[in-house]
Write a protein that binds this ligand. Sequence first.
Ligand code: FMN
Length: 161
Amino acid sequence: MKLDTDILNVFNRDWALLTAGDKSGFNTMTIGWGGLGTLWSKPVATVYVKPTRYTHKFMENSDYFTVSFYEKQYRKALGVLGTLSGRDCDKVAQAGLHPEYYENCVTFQEAEITLVCRKIYARQLDIAAIPQDAIDRYYRDEPAHTMFVGEVVKIADNRRK
Ligand SMILES: Cc1cc2nc3c(=O)[nH]c(=O)nc-3n(C[C@H](O)[C@H](O)[C@H](O)COP(=O)(O)O)c2cc1C
């Protein structure tokens, strides 16, 4: 068996963009929490979004979302997209990324890999079931994240171009 444990660092260390909506309107934000795995025998991506994020509304209203990964040179752009809110400005333009529209979802031309996900589960984390150290650190004055699980229905890999 060949298990590459570097996958465990993909979100926290390298970050990704979570994008929901379509050509008629979308929003994106940087994520540092997430997982790739299996649920109900399907390949899935799991992401955690605070209800206060503008992206949250798009996640609620969309059947599809994308999780996209970038090379190091886009670190600054991901920093911008994880600091500014799409509520207040055109942060995609400010970050210098270019949207790429799929039928039901959006990613960016600069993405190295994009996972197209069909939303199959969404539920806010139950504060009562969260470890105390995580409550102290993340949820003192903040609502719990919503967990969204998406079935990975397509992988767009620009490394193969
Ligand atoms: C490195 C990094 C990782 C982040 N990870 C998450 C995350 O996993 N979940 C989350 O809700 N917010 C996360 N954020 C915060 C959002 O990206 C940030 O609040 C963003 O401005 C929200 O944009 P929006 O209001 O346009 O949705 C992260 C921010 C950074 C910089």
